[in-house]
Design a protein around this ligand. Sequence first.
Ligand code: IPM
Ligand code: MG
Length: 370
Amino acid sequence: MASNRKLLVLPGDGIGPEVVREVLRVVDWMAKKRSVSFELQEGLAGGASYDLHGTPLTDETMADAVDADAVLFGSVGGPKYDDLPFELKPERGLLRLRKEMDLFANLRPAMVFDAMADSSSLKKEFVSGLDILILRELTGGIYFAEPRGIELLPDGTKKGYDTNLYTTPEIERIGRVAIDMARKRRGKITSVEKSNVMMSGVLWREVMTDLFAAEAQDLETEHMYADNCGMQLVRNPKQFDVIVTDNLFGDMLSDCAAMLTGSLGMLPSASLGAVDETTGKRHALYEPVHGSAPDIAGKSLANPIAELLSFSMALRYSFDMSDDADMIDAAIERVLATGKRTADIMQDGMTAVSTEGMMDSILGELDKAV
Ligand code: IPM
Ligand code: MG
């Protein structure tokens, strides 16, 4: 079937290939039951690419990613690669994709499914109904800025250093995404930095303040130090709607927010580039927030829901298929409500299912929905 939906699939390492394989069953289901087809291409990333090609991402795969309408990513990394030189580590493949596709806006929703409110490390009343969005700047800051390095000092010791650097346009463009997202949600933005200690933080607050004054008068906006934000996330997470922050703080705060929801195995993310004025398209990569979990890889224990929700985000943000995304999200809700649980979210009285078993149930619910 002809299709103009090019999806590059990069399963990666660890549990990545297992959860991606399950999601491809849904892609298949959509072709059969909804007559929606994707032009699928599969590639290697991370350790899997290193094993075959000696690099965590080949130039060919990089070009395929730029050419695709969306990339569905699994996860990368594992202890097998711990001793590789820094530039060859599996994570470098992912960072190259983010940088060269210019995926500056990383959306990490943290929501608590009704059926899961008991599994949070916080009391149920603090998290039930929780729905926040961490918007992380993804192509700047300390992850990429120069200078960085490890150097030998005259006394024989070494110094290791990184640079946290943001420019006005970089802060403005992520700020505008926050404004756009908050307008579609509950209308509140919390901009997070450490302007009490960092110059990049002083600029971040200054630029966000000006931007909000000029373009977000209709929204509730506030500024918060990153350490306080970490504390507030565990104290009273429901005070937040959209949290916009830099690359490093976003990395940490999104893990913290993810844990509040009861399982890292349930959370998707989208990394988006700017919309091209002429084509209306944007580069995009979708990946679960969980990592490669090498300890459970190959045991059918992984939860495929985060990867499936990542695909659902791809339907929403890259393919303009919100109805299908809603249908998938609802099927997941219903399966959770029937008590099916993979190991990571297992609780007393629930039914344990494998990675495949979870997807069997979701496909069963999807069948009922059409
Ligand atoms: C994440 C991960 C990555 C990051 C790693 C795998 C490079 O922790 O996506 O949050 O630090 O950005
Ligand atoms: Mg992280």
